[in-house]
Design a protein around this ligand. Sequence first.
Ligand code: 26V
Length: 811
Amino acid sequence: MKLNKEKFKSDYKRKLLNTFAEEIKDASKLHKYFALGGLVRDYVTSNWVNTTKYYKERGEKQVYYFSMEFLIGRLLVSNLLNLGIRDVCFEGLKDLGIDLNELEEVENDAGLGNGGLGRLAACFLDSMASLGIPGHGCGIRYKYGLFEQKIVDGYQVEIPDNWLREGNVWEIRKENKAVEVKFGGRITSTYENGRLTFIHHDYEAVKAVPYDTPIVGYDKNTVNTLRLWSAEPIDEGFDFSTFSRGDYVKAQAYRASVESISQVLYPDDSNREGKLLRLKQQYFFVSAGLQSIIRSYKKAGFSIKDFHKHNAIHINDTHPSVAVAELMRILLDEELLSWEEAWHITTNSMAYTNHTILAEALEKWPVDMFRELLPRIYMIIEEINRRFCEELSRKYVNQGGKINSMSIIQDGLVKMAHLSIVGSHSVNGVAKLHTEILKHQELSNFYDFYPEKFNNKTNGITHRRWLLKANPKLASLINETIGINWIKAPIELNRLESYKNNKGFQDKVYDIKRQNKIQFSNMVKSKYGISLDPNSIFDVQVKRLHAYKRQMLNVLHIMHLYNQLKENPNLDIVPRTFLFGAKASPSYHLAKQIIKLINSVASKVNSDPQINGKLKVLFLENYSVSLAEKIIPCADVSEQISTASKEASGTGNMKFMMNGAITIATLDGANIEIKDAVGEDNIILFGLKASEVLSYHKYGGYSSWDIYNNDIRVNKLLNQLVDGSLAPSHSEFKNIHESLLMFNDEYFVLKDFDAYVKAQEKIDALYRQKSKWQEMSITNIAHSGIFSSDNTIREYSKGIWGTKEIDNISI
Ligand code: 26V
C-alpha cells in the first residue's frame, strides 16, 4: 500500500488519541502497541472486505484449512512487511520517539499449537494470501495457548499461557455469525415424505462464536481470513430446555463445561490421551466451521450439489477428520440429498494430510464414548464403514483379516486415519520419504486399494517470516546482491550460488551471522547472566522434546566432549556454544528428565574453569515462534538428528538452511531433500538409514548392551548418568539410563553415537576453513528457495484443491 511518513505519523497520533484519549508522551508501551496494531488493522480492512466479497460474488473456489493448531506467533511486523510499510512506520515512529522493535516485543505470541504441524498451518496461511489463493484457516480460539515454560532448578515448570490477557488487536468477534453445535442426546427416526428422517433429542447445545483475523498477502490486495471458534453457553448459561429455571448450580456447571471446550490447547504432540474433551473440541470447531461455510455458500446463491466445485476442505492430520461425517450429516439431514450424492460431494471436497507415523499419535476413539457424545455422527460413520467394507469384500474375497485391519470401526475403536482416507480424494505425506513409508509400510493396504489418492507434498516455510522478517541484515544483503525478486519468487535465491566463492560476499555473510550472534548474546547476558562467545560455533537444536528427535544424542556428545577436555585440557577444538530450546509435554516424564539432564550438564560445563571457554551449554526457556525468529539467524550448525524414518518432514531444518546454518543430519524427512538440493558436500550426514531402522524393527538384531560393553566412551557416559557425576541423587536420570539399556534404546541413540561424534569432528574441521564454511553456508541459502511454502502451496493448489491464484482483487 502507498503511505508516506507524514501521513503515517498523523494517522498514528490520531489513532492513539481516539483509542486511548492519550498523547504519545503520556501513553504506555502497551497503548502504543495497541494503537499501532489497530491502525494496521484499519489499513487492512477495506481489502479484507473486498476480498471476501470478491470470492463470494465470483464463486471462486475457496479452500478451508481445518486445523486444531495454528502456531501464528506475532503479527505486527509480519503485517507491516506484507503491507510494504515497515520502513515507513519504523522511520515515522522514530520521529515520534518510539522504537518499533520495542513495540514488537509487547505482542504476545499466538501460540495455538504444539510444534511443526501448527507452524506449518501458519506458514500456509501466509503463502495462500501472498499467492492470491482463496484460502482460509478454521480452528479453535483457545483461551490459553501452549503452556509457558519456566525452568526452575533445571526442571520444566508449566505456566498457563494467558495470551489474551491484554486483548488481541487482530481479531474481530463476529457475534452475528455464531452457530449452534449439538452434543449428546439420542436419535430417533421416522418416515417423512417417503424419506427416513432422523431427529436429535435431548442434546446439549453450545454456541460457537467466530473470531476473525485478517491474513494479509505480501504486496497484494488479498486479505484472507483465519476464523477461530470460541465456545459459549447459550442464553447466558441457562439452557432452559435442559435445566429447570433457577437451577443455578446446574447452570454454572453447564457454563463451565461449555467454556472448557475452547479453554486450552492439548499440550501433547505424540502421546494421545483418550480425552473426551479433545473429541468435543474436534467436533466443535469442525461442525461450526462447516455450518458457516455452507451457510455463506448458499447465501451466495449456488447449488448445494456443486459444493465441491466451489469449496475444498483440508484436514490437517486426523484431528479434524470428523469433518467427513459432519459434512455427510449436513448434506443428508439438512440438505436432504441422497447418500450417493452426499458421498460424492464429501469425498470430492475433503483432502487429508498425514503428519506422523508414530503409532501413539494415531487417533482412535472408544466406540462407547464416541456414540454417546456424537450419536448421529456415529451412525453415519457406521454406514460409511458398512459400505466401505462391502466394497473391500468385493475385491478381497475371503480375506477377512485384511478387511478387518482396514475397517474404520474395529476392536471397539473408531479409527480416525481410516475415516480420513476413505472420506477424502487425496491423502498426502509431508516429505518424499514419509510418503513412501506411508505407501509401503504404514498405510500399504490403503495404498493398494486407493493408489490414486496418495501423493507427496513436501513441507515448506514462509521465507517472508523466516528470512525477510527474522534476518533483516541478511535480507538486505541479498537485496543488494541479487535484487528483490526473490521475495516474490524465492527460487531466485539460487542466484546467490554464483557468489559462493566471492570473498567479499563471504565476508559479509560471515559478518552478519556474527552480528546476529552478538545481538543474541546480549539478550542472553541480560536474561540469564551468561556470557556467550560470538566467535564460538553456535550449535542449535530447537524443537519439541521427544525421544525420537534425539536431544539425548546431542547431550551425550556434549558430555563426551567434556570428558575429553577433562582428560586433556589442551585438546584442540573450536569453541562451541550448544543451544537448546524445547518444550516437553507435561505428562511425558522421560522428555522432562532430558530437559533436567541438559540443564545439569550445562551447569557442570559452564561452571568448570578448566573448560576455559571451550564449551558452553544453554537451555533457552520457553521456545516459541518469536524465540525461534531470534535464535535461527545466529545458528552456525543446525541439529536435525532424529532416528531415520521417524521425523515425517521437519521444518526447522528448512528455516536454518535458509539462514545459512550447516545441517548435521540423519537421512530422515526433508533432510533428504535438503541434501538433494545442496549436494552431499554441503550437509553433514551420519547414522542409520530409514531402511536399516525399519529392518531392525522388523527382524530385531540390535542390542544396546553390546555397544555399552564394547565402546568405552559410551560405557563411561552411561555410568555418569547414574553415579552421581551429574546430580546428587543417583536416581535422577535413572529412567534415561533404563531407556537406553534395559529397554534396548528404542531410538538407536547408542547405535548412532560413534557416527555422530565423527560427524561433529567433521564440523569442527570445516569451521576452521573459513572460506570453505562460508561457501557451504551460501550454498545452503542459495538452495533454500525451493523450501518456501509458496512452492508447497502451489502444489497443494494445483494437485489437490483446484484453486487458482488471483493476481489482483478489484471490485
Ligand atoms: C497428536 C496429538 C494427539 C492428541 C494430543 C494432541 C496432539 C497434537 C498433535 C498430534 C500430532 C502431531 C504430529 C506432528 O506435529 N507432526 C509434525 O508435523 C510437521 C509438519 O508436517 C512435520 O514437519 C514433523 O516432522 C512432524 O513431526
